[in-house]
Design a protein around this ligand. Sequence first.
Ligand code: ADP
Ligand code: ZN
Ligand code: ZN
Length: 673
Amino acid sequence: MNENLWSIAVDAPLQQALTYKSTESVAHRGASVTVPLGRRKARGVVLGPVENHQSEFELKFIEAVDDERPKLPDEFMKWLEWLASYYLYPVGQVFSGAFPPLAKHSRIKKTRQVVPQLPFSQPPELTDEQKNALNQIQQYDGFQAHLVHGVTGSGKTEIYMHAIAEALKTGKTALVLVPEISLTPQLVQRFAARFPDQVSVIHSHLTEREKTNQWWNVVDQKTPILIGARSALFCPIENLGIVVVDEEHEPSFKQDEKLKYHARDAAIVRAKLANCPILLGSATPSLESWHNAQIGKYNLISLKSRVANRKLPQVVTVDLKEKKDQAKAEEHEIQDRPFWLTEELETSLVATMKKGEQAAVFLNRRGVAQMAVCKSCGHTYECPNCAISLTLHGASHMVCHYCDYSEPLTDKCPACESSDIETIGLGTEQIENDLAKMFPFKVVARADRDEITKRSDLEALIEDMEKGDIDILVGTQMIAKGLDFPKLTLVGLALADIGMNLPDFRAAERSFQLLTQVAGRAGRHQEDGGQVVIQTFNPEHVGLKASITADYEGFAKLELEERQALNYPPFGKLALVKLQAKSMNKAEKLAEIVKRRAQQLKDKDEKYQSIQILGPCPAPLVKIRNTYRYQMLLKAAVDGKLHAFCFQFLGDPKKWAPSGTKVQIDIDPLSML
Ligand code: ADP
Ligand code: ZN
Ligand code: ZN
């Protein structure tokens, strides 16, 4: 060991840490430093002394130790190191994410209040289910994951707050992660009123100054509680006593670019390193978490009843196939009604408007806008190898996004020979326009990713809904998450099928989650629970049926059996190799090279025999921002050494990938688009 040589995670796209010299003994693990890198200077964090260094290069000196940045706690460093190695991402770039965007400020300038100051509000008397949940949590010492499974309104947030209060009593701190979209003023207010002056908040819609100030509040130990979206994990909280991940099933916890981490999984590792409990809460747990609870890895806490004993909404399914047959039999076309609207939903909308109540119409269009469906029998096109639906490319090319299987879209339905095959490309904007025409004296507003780009847009929309300034809200699923509008009594789902047929083995799970969430928006404050109308070509779909009967366990059982048969997570592991190039030709060449590298390693090494290499094939979104994309999916059993395989066959892509191309790896991918 040489005391003058230090391993440093330098903020640059380098897989490994670099070694630097230091004359004085100022360097220490966790210290922030500035180092020369090529002709520039770069920031970095000292990982530790170098054991034995061999290099043909002359080593450079650490230029300066950055005193303003706090020394990162060891346990937090270990977490960052885990992230870099697990997600195969440059260690220095992982570390650079652990600091605020701006320098610490003397805070002369007044900024907008991020966390409201509210008088303390007393907690309610806990229900028996809540008491039982807290008892269970207290029975464990140190690290333990608890899956808190309870319908919305069952009092999960109240459980989190009590468990946090317990942790605070022992002088510990707490980290609460929620999906960005759920980080509404209402949620923050609730915590701020229970824990006055003890809460900091970090999310992506704060200004850089606000973010920096909140970060320092936590690091200077001014507030023991941090609530935030997934990025809050990167705040070096010390003395962590509890971690909460609310809506743990939410796909938005996975970051799809750069460091492709899953905040729930990373939070579990964080809690493990801090040796503290973690609560994962959801009304519709991810099948990964549910499976972990079934095999006893997580402690399962079930909340079966609602706090105020309110009813669930009444759900009606309208079969769009039958509607079509009827229209044909009566030999007339639907005239005044827009093509996507059934009589049932129209009647309900009219009645709701007459009563002066609010309605919402959702259309789930995530990512893929087009699919083909036989309008006579509801047949959709599935891949014979993967049991997922095919996506229509161009006019008539049906492709599987997993294994590159393809077939032409035929003129006649393969199931019923009808030639009534339609591609569906309905959008929320169309719905908004149609409804505005139908209800000229009502206010119709739209909320989707085109309309709601800023947090302030969402907040304004929430306010307008709460005040009753909007009569009909049209939106994508983004507005279905975690929002609670007191006057909303009718929810319509224009076409439930689009989400069900995403080219993804998680499509049924997502549909179930979405439908449950959507249904849960209606009548939350009415005795009768409100009404939900679901229009669909597949009324028999498992996700849909389960969500109507709120049968999570039955659904999970069936779905897990299917996953097991096909070796999908949580029974198998996946890694997605993403390939990018500036031309299709280059992308194809890169794909060949990557395939060869993977295949050679598999053939060479006995321990990788069970790894399946699927593709490469063009990505579903083959061209984005002038970049051509290919992808290769790797599938293995849980102990199939997939991680080591990826590490080994990828090596340092910069050394073998042709210029103008890019190779990225997504471990445990959630989205294949
Ligand atoms: P969840 O997080 O499961 O959706 P919440 O914790 O938000 O549930 O509880 C739903 C509503 O019930 C909230 O308005 C909350 O204040 C209230 N609530 C929660 N627990 C109790 C309780 N023990 N007694 C009375 N009201 C409660
Ligand atoms: Zn058919
Ligand atoms: Zn396939």
